[in-house]
Design a protein around this ligand. Structure first.
Ligand code: GDP
Length: 687
């Protein structure tokens, strides 16, 4: 029997997917989204329903799942109400993929993001050796009483706008994007392409841009303004031109959220790689839906199913396996299936009901900015609300100006730009920062006043930023969240310790505070880890690894705390104390300086001496030292000598050469980094 997706059925019936979903609900057919497939007999029932033959609830619900036996004596784990399957798994340190698989094995098809019900809890309990129980109403009440008033809720979603007929008159849908519904209209989705290096992000973007720009505009497609609009089936999709999660997260760290959908590109001949997981976690942390493009399927060694399997282990279960992630096999180089990918993006966008009001006061985000020799300060902005017009006075927080000219992504001068439209604007007095929000003002004078005020506020926040996100203050911070979460970016030296840290941390989740590992990986702490932590209000925990130079600097400016440990129990004690809001006075490590080994001298009877150059700060004879090789701590201990040429020295500053020897360690290598530090005792102040 053949199957059809709900949205395809909706097209043939000239109904909206939403209407068909509603009918299916009335017929008691359990489906997840309009991307789900349904059997022919169900299609018949929908058709009959429309003809008035089928009564609601005439179709029996899916076969009941037998109640699994609950084993007695298992540890009880309290589950907050409305927890998703993934969250239940996370409570006991399990991956969402394992939970989904366990449910599937018992005949229950539940994507990781679905709220777990009693039945699911029982199955998961059996699989993970736990007795999961929902919090009792009393526990919930007690929790609610302790919690401060809920933050202002988002405005209620409006009724979905009626959809135009698709297929035959696809162009109408485009009109629809412009058509007004109580002030708000559907707006085009803004998409970022992410994934591991060389998996084909740029090729995919190029292919989409080359083949999906409408003919009349084709002359000007080379213009690079930071984002481009492409047309598919009469609909617009906006792509951010800089692929990768680094730019995405850097914007988010500044409070900007522009991306509506992330395409995760995974090469089918290579499978998932560290940056694939990084990208996936960055998108997840931002709550941005992911569509997977399984690329390079033209290659004979391509294994698209292996990619699906690997992604399932990370909680992205393909919809064809009962999950809720759309995965499309493509060959970006040849353009194979790229249309299908675009179609899927539009579907995801449709589900999100992305709306904006073109008549509202214009606002949006700066995505790129630079100083052009001829044009002066130039910024590309994406309009998110309202319609931006030439002559408007814009203000970004750090810059302002009257728009002298606007240029679209095809290099064309335009007089106005509506929601989701990227435009380059000229006329600013200075260069704004990417990630800054812009608004418009009524007079130049207002703009000048605001600039001096925001200058002042920025200085204030810069001062307070340094205090942000320390483990000591997390307790306070967490209390303002609906479900208090301790967010962690975890980096370790080897896979084994990653697993040990992961499960120990996850076991620390309690009813009151949950631990959320937003990203984890093996290797040095990178700039991207720091930006993710900054954007997600997380701290970084490192075990036997160090931040690289850039990461350390960015952590300082972003106010992200990096806690480094060598003993798992120290880390667990700190995290527990932070969760309880009782962090003890701490021993703080203070880095003195770094030196790089340039030469190794073998001295008879004495042993090896490392000939170094101090690259940052200073090296002190009394300091504690560690040797770092490829970003990983290789050895820890103390100095046995510090010499400047032949003389003993007390300290040597950056820019100078020195000779070092360690106690009980001689296995130096050229290129190793020596870090000198001291331990300071700091009392926690009672604020
Ligand atoms: P990025 O680093 O993710 O932006 O990757 P690129 O787009 O630069 O692609 C890396 C390499 O993979 C290039 O040599 C591309 O030509 C090649 N490539 C990209 N997509 C495909 C594809 O669909 N099939 C094949 N065979 N090669 C591809």
């Amino acid at each position: 029997m053949s199957k059809i997706r709900v949205y395809d059925l909706a097209k043939t019936l000239e109904k909206s997917s939403g209407e068909v979903m509603e009918i299916l609900k009335n017929l008691n057919v359990d489906i997840k989204s309009h991307m789900s497939s349904i059997e022919e007999d169900v299609v018949k029932k929908v058709e009959n329903f429309l003809k008035g033959k089928e009564k609601p609830s005439a179709v029996p619900a899916a076969a009941p799942v037998p109640e699994p036996e609950q084993a007695p004596g298992l540890p009880v784990v309290k589950v907050p109400e409305r927890s998703s399957v993934a969250e239940v798994a996370a409570l006991v340190g399990e991956k969402p993929g394992s939970a989904v698989k366990a449910l599937m094995a018992e005949g229950l098809m539940m994507p990781a993001s679905t709220a777990a019900d009693e039945k699911a809890l029982k199955i998961l309990g059996k699989a993970f050796g736990k007795n999961f129980v929902f919090c009792t109403p009393e526990e919930k009440k007690a929790e609610a009483a302790e919690r401060p008033a809920e933050p202002e809720s988002r405005p209620a979603k409006e009724q979905p706008a009626p959809r135009p007929h698709e297929g035959k008159k696809a162009k109408e849908k485009n009109k629809k994007q412009k058509q007004k519904t109580q002030g708000e209209t559907l707006r085009p989705p803004i998409v970022t392409v992410m994934g591991h290096v060389d998996h084909g992000k740029t090729t995919l973007l190029d292919n989409i841009r080359k083949t999906h720009v409408t003919e009349k505009e084709a002359g000007g497609i080379t213009q690079h303004i930071g984002a481009s609009r492409v047309e598919y089936n009469g609909n617009t999709i906006v792509f951010l031109d800089t692929p990768g999660h680094e730019a995405f997260t850097a914007m988010r760290a500044r409070g900007a959220s522009v991306t509506d959908i992330a395409i995760l590109v995974v090469a089918a001949d290579d499978g998932i790689k560290p940056q694939t997981i990084e990208a996936l976690n960055h998108a997840k942390a931002a709550g941005v839906p992911i569509v997977v493009a399984v690329n390079k399927i033209d290659k004979p060694e391509a294994k698209p199913d292996r990619v699906r399997q690997q992604l399932s282990d990370y909680g992205l279960v393909p919809e064809e396996w009962g999950g809720d992630t759309i995965m499309v096999d493509v060959a970006a180089k040849k353009g194979t299936n790229v249309d299908e990918l675009l179609e899927m993006l539009l579907l995801v966008a449709e589900m999100q009901e992305l709306k904006a009001d073109p008549s509202a006061s214009p606002s949006g985000t700066v995505i790129e900015a630079n100083l052009d020799k001829g044009k002066g300060p130039v910024a590309t902005v994406i309009v998110q609300q309202g319609t931006l017009r030439r002559g408007d006075i814009v203000h970004t927080g750090s810059a302002w100006g009257k728009i002298r000219a606007m240029i679209d992504d095809k290099g064309k001068m335009v007089n106005e730009a509506g929601p989701s439209m990227p435009v380059e604007i000229l006329g600013l007095e200075s260069v704004p920062q990417p990630g800054e929000k812009f608004t418009t003002l009524s007079s130049e004078r207002e703009a000048r006043d605001l600039i001096s005020q925001s200058e002042f506020e920025r200085r204030e926040t810069d001062l307070s930023k340094a205090k942000r996100l320390t483990l000591e203050e997390l307790y306070e911070k967490m209390q303002t969240e609906e479900i208090p979460q301790l967010r962690i970016v975890l980096k370790t030296d080897v896979q084994g310790s990653l697993e040990a840290f992961h499960s120990s941390l996850m076991k620390m989740s309690t009813n009151a505070v949950s631990v959320n590992i937003v990203h984890e990986g093996v290797g040095r702490i990178s700039e991207s880890d720091v930006m993710l932590a900054s954007a997600s209000n997380a701290i970084i925990i490192g075990f036997n690894v160090r931040p690289d130079g850039n990461a350390r600097k960015i952590a300082e400016t972003e106010g992200v705390q990096i806690r480094l440990y060598q003993v798992i129990y120290d880390m667990l004690d700190d995290v527990k104390a932070a969760m309880e809001g009782m962090l003890a006075p701490e021993l703080r490590e203070h880095t003195l300086g770094l030196a790089e080994i340039r030469e190794i001298f073998r001295v008879p009877k004495v042993g090896n001496i490392a000939g170094c150059r101090v690259t940052e700060g200073l090296i002190r004879r009394s300091a504690k030292v560690r040797l770092i090789r490829d970003g990983v701590v290789f050895w820890n201990g103390e100095l046995s000598s510090l010499k400047h040429f032949k003389d003993d020295a007390r300290e040597i500053k950056a820019g100078n050469e020195c000779g070092l020897s360690f106690e009980k360690f001689q296995d130096f290598k050229i290129g190793d980094i020596i870090e000198a530090f001291e331990i300071l005792k700091e009392k926690k102040t009672l604020e």
